[in-house]
Design a protein around this ligand. Structure first.
Ligand code: ATP
Length: 379
C-alpha cells in the first residue's frame, strides 16, 4: 500500500463521508471595526482530533480560537459544537476550556490548589477533588511537586500545571493558544510528545494555535493553514508537505524549490514543463493542469540528488555550480546555482560517515530528481 509520507494512519474520520463533524465553523466572519480578521471561513474538526491552526502572526488564528471559546462572537456565520449553535452561549457554559499563552497560574497557590481551583468553584465534593487532583498530578508527572508554588517550578513544569488545570474539569474540547511558546527548543520537543500522549489517553479533542510549522507537523492529525483570515488548505501533515495545494502552502511549510513555467505537453497526469532558459522538467504529478497553463513546479530539497557527474539515465538533470554548503551533522545542504542563475537547494542525509562523491564550493555539479518527486501547482 502506498502512502504519502512514511506513516500509515488509522484515525482519519475526515475521509469517511458518514462521519459527523464535531466542531463546525460555517462561513464565519469576524470584523473589528473596518478590519476583517476572519473572512467567510469554513472548516470542520472531528471528535478526538488533534487539530492545528497554523499561520503567521496576525492571520486570525487566535481570533478563531477565542470565538470557539466564547470570548468573541462572530460578526457573521455560525459555529456549531456537536450540532449545537454556540451563539449566545457564555464561555463557562461551553464544554470547552482554553489554555492561554501565559498559563495564568495563581502565584500564591500551590500546584495542587491551582489544579483544584476550577473544581472547587464548581462545588465538587472534597474527596472527589482530591482524587481528581491526584489523577491529574500523575498524568503530568508532577506528584512530588504538589505542594510547591509556581515560582518554585521550571518553565516546563509550570506548563504542565497549566495543562493539568485546564483538563481537570474534563472539557470535551481543549483549546491551546501557543501552548509551548515559553519553552526552549529541547523542552518544546519533549513536551510535544507529552501533549500527544495526554490527548490520546484522555480521548479529548484538541485545537491548538501555533505559528511554528514543525510543532503543527509533529502534533496534529490535521493542519489548517490560515492566511489573512482565510483557510488556504486543511490536510494531514504529510499531505500539506507532499501535496501542497498552492504556491503559498508549498512555500509556507518547509523548504521548497520552485520553478515557474508553462505546461508544454501533458497526458494523463504526466507533463513536460518549459521552465525557460532551456530547462525542461518532466513530471508525473501534473494532475489536470492544461497544456499551456502557467504553473509552478515545487520540489523539496531532500528529493534532489546532487552529484559531480551527470547520473546515467536521469530523466531530470540540470547542471550548475556549488556556491554554498551547510554541514548540519545529520545532513548537508547544498545551494547550487544553475547556469540561468536559478538557485536550487538540495539536502543529503549523512547516513554514512564518509562520502563517496565529496563536493566543494565552486565545483560543477548536477542536480537530478525523479519524475514523481515534485508537484505541479496551478494556484
Ligand atoms: P498572533 O500569532 O500574533 O497571536 P493571530 O493569527 O493569532 O496572531 P489574531 O490575534 O487572531 O492573530 O488577530 C488577527 C487580526 O485581528 C490582527 O491583525 C489583530 O490586530 C486584529 N485584532 C485582534 N483582536 C482585535 C481587537 N479586539 N480589536 C481590533 N483588532 C483586533
Amino acid at each position: 500500500m502506498k502512502s504519502l509520507g512514511s506513516i500509515r494512519r488509522d484515525f482519519a474520520p475526515w475521509n469517511d463521508p458518514n462521519a459527523k463533524p464535531y466542531i463546525q465553523f460555517d462561513k464565519v466572519t469576524k470584523k473589528f471595526g473596518d478590519f476583517t480578521a476572519v473572512n467567510n471561513l469554513s472548516l470542520t474538526i472531528f471528535e478526538r482530533e488533534f487539530f492545528a491552526l497554523l499561520g503567521a502572526s496576525g492571520c486570525g488564528k487566535s481570533t478563531l480560537l477565542r470565538m470557539l471559546a466564547g470570548f468573541e462572537e462572530p460578526t457573521a456565520g455560525r459555529i456549531l459544537l456537536d450540532g449545537q449553535d454556540l451563539r449566545g452561549i457564555p464561555p463557562y457554559r461551553r464544554p470547552v476550556n482554553m489554555m492561554f499563552q501565559s498559563y495564568a497560574l495563581f502565584p500564591h497557590m500551590t500546584v495542587e490548589n491551582n489544579i483544584a481551583f476550577g473544581l472547587k468553584q464548581d462545588g465538587m465534593p472534597k474527596p472527589e477533588i482530591a482524587a481528581r487532583v491526584g489523577e491529574m498530578l500523575k498524568l503530568v508527572k508532577l506528584e512530588q511537586f504538589a505542594k510547591r508554588k509556581p515560582h518554585q517550578l521550571s518553565g516546563g513544569q509550570r506548563q504542565r500545571v497549566a495543562l493539568a488545570r485546564s483538563v481537570a474539569k474534563r472539557p470535551k474540547v481543549l483549546l491551546l493558544d501557543e501552548p509551548l511558546g515559553a519553552l526552549d527548543k529541547k523542552l518544546r520537543e519533549e513536551t510535544q510528545f507529552e501533549l500527544m500522549d495526554l490527548q490520546q489517553s484522555l480521548g479529548l479533542t484538541f485545537v491548538v494555535v501555533t505559528h511554528d510549522q514543525e510543532e503543527a507537523m509533529t502534533m496534529a492529525d490535521r493542519i489548517a493553514i490560515i492566511d489573512k483570515g482565510e483557510v488556504m488548505q486543511v490536510a494531514t501533515p504529510a499531505e500539506v508537505y507532499e501535496a501542497p495545494g498552492s504556491r503559498f502552502v508549498a512555500g509556507f511549510v518547509g523548504n521548497v524549490n520552485m520553478f515557474e513555467g508553462k505546461i508544454a505537453r501533458g497526458e494523463a497526469g504526466a507533463a513536460s514543463i518549459d521552465a525557460g532558459n532551456g530547462i525542461t522538467i518532466r513530471t508525473e504529478n501534473a494532475g489536470d493542469a492544461a497544456t499551456g497553463a502557467a504553473v509552478a513546479f515545487a520540489i523539496r530539497p531532500e528529493k534532489i540528488k546532487i552529484s559531480s557527474k551527470k547520473p546515467a539515465g536521469a530523466v531530470n538533470a540540470i547542471e550548475g555550480e556549488v556556491y554554498d554548503i551547510a554541514y548540519l551533522g545529520d545532513m548537508t545542504v547544498y545551494h547550487v546555482r544553475l547556469d540561468d542563475g536559478h538557485v536550487v537547494r538540495a539536502s543529503t542525509m549523512n547516513a554514512a560517515r564518509i562520502t563517496e562523491d565529496p563536493l566543494s564550493w565552486n565545483d560543477r555539479a548536477w542536480v537530478s530528481f525523479r519524475p514523481d518527486a515534485g508537484v505541479v501547482l496551478t494556484r
